[in-house]
Design a protein around this ligand. Structure first.
Ligand SMILES: Nc1nc2c(ncn2[C@@H]2O[C@H](COP(=O)(O)OP(=O)(O)OP(=O)(O)O)[C@@H](O)[C@H]2O)c(=O)[nH]1
Ligand SMILES: [Zn+2]
Length: 185
């Protein structure tokens, strides 16, 4: 990330009619630079690499691993406003399984950039496919978008659900129904 963000935010504050030297916001440009390093840490990072795989000697034919309600926070690429919610992630393993904590880490990885909910949902599945070559992947995200709630159409409390099913989940209604009933509690 470029190191001129502090200067640009100072200019932005001036442009919106603020006084960048007033005590309340004098440190804001520095804070935003630091914050962007955190919330945009995946920009230009193509692949999730922080994972461990284990031999699958436990999961039988067509059984899946389902992790529900993984919280995420991301920034919409149209307005640079937050969208946030939960992701539900399932996969049917082949010969490898992934360390469980790495699934929320993967969700973090795909959300720390300017993106859209559809891309977040797809990217979780695509990264899992690359890493594990599983027999199937199912991802559902549920999110609230600040660009819909605090500006523009201003519809609060509406939730957007996006689904991405691949492999066996596309062909086998029983596996898909089981995923859907699991994430719906
Ligand atoms: N598909 C999709 N659209 C999104 C997402 N986040 C924000 N948007 C939409 O992006 C669209 C951008 O539309 P524009 O007409 O270019 O922008 P705008 O004038 O600010 O639109 P309004 O929000 O309708 O005022 C809006 O409809 C947003 O609701 C997302 O994750 N996925
Ligand atoms: Zn938006």
């Amino acid at each position: 990330m470029k190191d001129n963000i502090e200067k640009i935010i100072t200019q932005l504050l001036e442009s919106i009619g603020e006084d960048p030297s007033r005590p309340g916001i004098v440190e804001t440009p520095k804070r935003i630079e630091k914050m962007y390093q955190e919330i945009f840490s995946s920009i230009n990072q193509e692949n999730f690499t922080d994972f461990k795989l284990f031999d699958n000697d436990a999961v039988n034919e067509n059984q899946d691993i389902i992790v529900t309600d993984i919280p995420f926070y991301s920034m919409c690429e149209h307005h640079m406003l937050p969208f946030f919610g939960v992701a539900h992630v399932a996969y049917i393993p082949n010969d490898k399984i992934i360390g469980l904590s790495k699934i929320p880490r993967l969700v973090d990885f795909v959300t720390k950039k300017l993106t859209l909910q559809e891309k977040v949902t797809r990217d979780i599945a695509l990264q899992l496919n690359k890493i594990l070559h599983p027999k199937g992947v199912a991802v559902q995200t549920e999110a609230r978008h600040m660009c819909i709630e605090m500006r523009g159409i201003k519809k609060t409390n509406s939730t957007t659900k996006v689904k991405y099913y691949d492999g066996i989940y596309q062909e086998n209604n029983h596996m898909l129904d089981n995923f859907i009933s699991t994430i719906n509690g």
